[in-house]
Design a protein around this ligand. Structure first.
Ligand code: NAP
Length: 291
């Protein structure tokens, strides 16, 4: 198998497989790793090879990875057990003698232990390290936040309540997940990326204050931006009944933004995509113009 995409039943995996097919890659050379075959109907229709494997099951992964040239290793969505799962994936890739790993990591400015992104950064850094230690050729996509998730950060009632996040004036280089999938497909099919780490983000990072201004312009209603302290934010989320894990995620990423961890300031992704990525303004227009 030339390319095996893990997390293939998920959004990024699916987008990557479609981008590979759109580029003309032969469907017979693409494998899709799934842990639950009942979710693989769409992938089967695309004609790619379904390979069973679970990040919690070492033997299943060694079997799945045998004969694979390039592995697109999509980080697990199970945040609490992710680090152990990732170590299992990397060990299996080594055992199966995979030639190349493209891994979805996270963008950051620093690798500090006390980073507000620590709740997700830890496992990504450990995985990058483990991949390097195998000696397998790698590329790291250090992905910024999905632009698709911006409405989640803003909340359902943003047009009534305004933008409320502890992000100060910090900026985020949001990028659409489908465009990240296209970049993954490009990285898997072109040379020159060996042992490199790329920051994958939109060309222009924006602050949540700027997002509020965009919403004001688009809707004609005054949308305010308030940046509380982290503790105030967590208390408000708790009072509103927002599950703790979500509050930690929104608050942690917002604090990461406040400290400049998610600011992009480069055009690497634009170059890897081959065109300008969708801007936050265009996305916000699409989502909120009708509301
Ligand atoms: P997603 O739609 O939730 O897909 C996650 C994929 O991982 C699914 O295919 C899932 O399989 C698979 N998976 C989870 N646990 C597994 C296991 N034990 N064994 C094998 N496969 C397993 O996520 P996405 O939107 O494609 O994003 C890809 C990854 O990026 C996420 O998993 C997460 O690590 C990270 N992420 C990044 C951002 C960002 O803003 N940059 C946001 C959220 C997540 P099932 O379909 O069977 O569950």
């Amino acid at each position: 198998m030339e390319i095996l995409v893990t997390g293939a039943t998920g959004n990024l995996g699916n987008a990557t497989i479609k981008a590979l097919l759109n580029k003309g890659v032969d469907k017979n050379s693409i494998g899709a790793l799934v842990r639950d075959e009942s979710k693989a109907d769409e992938l089967k229709e695309l004609g790619v090879t379904i390979v069973k494997g679970d990040y919690n099951d070492y033997d299943s992964l060694v079997n799945a990875f045998k004969g694979v040239n390039k592995l697109f290793f999509i980080s697990s969505s199970e945040v609490e057990t992710r680090q152990e799962q990732h170590m299992t994936v990397v060990k299996a890739a080594k055992e199966a003698a995979v030639n190349y790993i493209l891994y979805t990591s996270i963008q950051r400015k620093t690798d500090k232990k006390d980073s507000p992104l620590d709740f997700v950064l830890d496992s990504h850094m450990a995985t990058e390290e483990a991949i390097k230690e195998t000696g397998i050729t790698y590329t790291f996509m250090r992905n910024n936040l999905y632009l698709d998730f911006l409405p989640w950060f803003l909340g359902d009632k943003v047009l009534e309540t305004g933008v409320y996040l502890p992000a100060d004036e910090g900026k985020v280089g949001f990028m659409l997940r489908a465009e990240m999938g296209e970049i993954a497909a490009n990285l898997l099919t072109t040379d020159g990326h060996d042992n490199k780490a790329y920051n994958i983000s939109g060309t222009e990072a924006v602050s949540f204050g700027e997002v509020a201004a965009m919403l004001t312009e688009i809707t004609g209603k005054e949308i305010a931006y308030v940046s509380p302290t982290y503790d105030e934010f967590m208390e408000t989320m708790d009072n509103a009944g927002v599950p703790k894990l979500f509050a930690i995620m929104f608050g942690g990423f917002a604090q990461g933004a406040a400290q400049g961890e998610l600011e992009s300031g480069n055009t690497v992704a634009e170059r890897l995509l081959g065109r300008k990525p969708t801007t936050v303004k265009d996305f916000v227009k699409q989502v909120y113009a009708q509301k």
